[in-house]
Design a protein around this ligand. Structure first.
Ligand SMILES: C[S@@+](CC[C@H](N)C(=O)[O-])C[C@H]1O[C@@H](n2cnc3c(N)ncnc32)[C@H](O)[C@@H]1O
Length: 267
């Protein structure tokens, strides 16, 4: 995407944005030169990063299909990013046409692109909001008429919690979201980790502080803690490619390479 004047006024194209850097890695068109430069710099340090991002999308798609199989038909996708092929509503609605999805992102470009792509689809909504304000997000999703808190809701936190530093109390934020779910609801988390990672990853992490948000790598125990008293479904919190792979026979021998865990838990 070039600076054609089509993006919202508040978009700063002189600073890289995490959502647009991610879009570039996924082969999307919604990024600027400043994002591409940073993406290339990060990729030079961590050649596996593009693979991590693809592994994350793939985990998300498998998990959404699993959630639909569990009877879930309402999704709150926080930190949803710029919609790319195989987005949550496409996967969910392919299996369950009634499924409703609310996409939430703090980045104005991600929000504007989501709105443009979704148009007036009545089963999807887009909110510009900050994960640090969980009550506000849920209240707005309810107001849109797309989320009913009396019914099981899947809350998706894919690749977003690592943007929340400990000083902003990520555990408290997730606990609040969990407390709004009735039994039968699910929580999905994918999160970057330092476990099993070489030193280059830590250098790339320092580079990420040039976007609006720094990545906070966390251990398996720390990430598992975000699920609180919910019950992790099999196989638990695992490296992304190990979560219910479509082809268990073609098992990835070095799943730690992607440097991120994923899990799904039931209330
Ligand atoms: C790596 S992308 C993940 C996109 C998608 N969930 C996925 O897993 O493919 C992270 C997204 O989180 C968004 N984000 C970062 N901090 C956020 C916050 N505090 N509140 C809401 N969204 C946030 C970024 O703008 C970005 O679009």
């Amino acid at each position: 995407m070039e600076h054609s004047g089509g993006q919202p006024a508040e978009v700063d194209i002189t600073r890289p944005s995490a959502a647009r850097v991610y879009d570039y890695f996924l082969g999307g068109a919604h990024n600027f030169e400043v994002d591409r430069q940073l993406a290339e710099q990060i990729a030079g340090l961590t050649p596996n990063l593009a693979e991590t991002m693809r592994a994350n999308r793939s985990f998300l798609r498998r998990a959404v299909r699993f959630l639909v199989d569990q009877g879930i038909d309402q999704f709150l996708d926080i930190g949803s990013g710029i919609p790319t092929v195989g987005n949550v509503h496409e996967v969910a609605q392919a299996a369950q046409p009634r499924a409703r999805v609310v996409y939430v992102d703090v980045d104005p470009v991600a929000v504007a692109q989501s709105r443009a792509i979704l148009g007036d689809d009545e089963r999807t909504g887009v909110l510009q909001a900050d994960l640090r304000e969980p009550d506000e997000i849920v209240a707005q999703a309810v107001k849109l008429g797309l989320v009913d808190l009396d019914r099981p809701l899947a809350i998706l936190l894919a690749g977003v919690l690592h943007f929340i530093p400990d000083t902003d109390d990520p555990a408290g934020i997730v606990a609040r979201l969990r407390s709004l779910q009735v039994p039968g609801g699910f929580l999905l988390i994918s999160h970057a980790t330092q476990d099993g990672q070489p030193p280059e990853v830590l250098a790339a992490q320092r580079l990420s502080s040039r976007t609006d948000t720094t990545i906070n790598l966390r251990t398996h125990a720390e990430i598992a803690g975000f699920f609180g008293d919910l019950t992790l479904v099999e196989p638990g919190l695992v490296y992304l490619s190990r979560w219910r792979p479509e082809d268990p026979a073609g098992e990835d021998e070095h799943p730690e390479r992607v440097g991120a865990y994923g899990g799904v838990a039931r209330r």
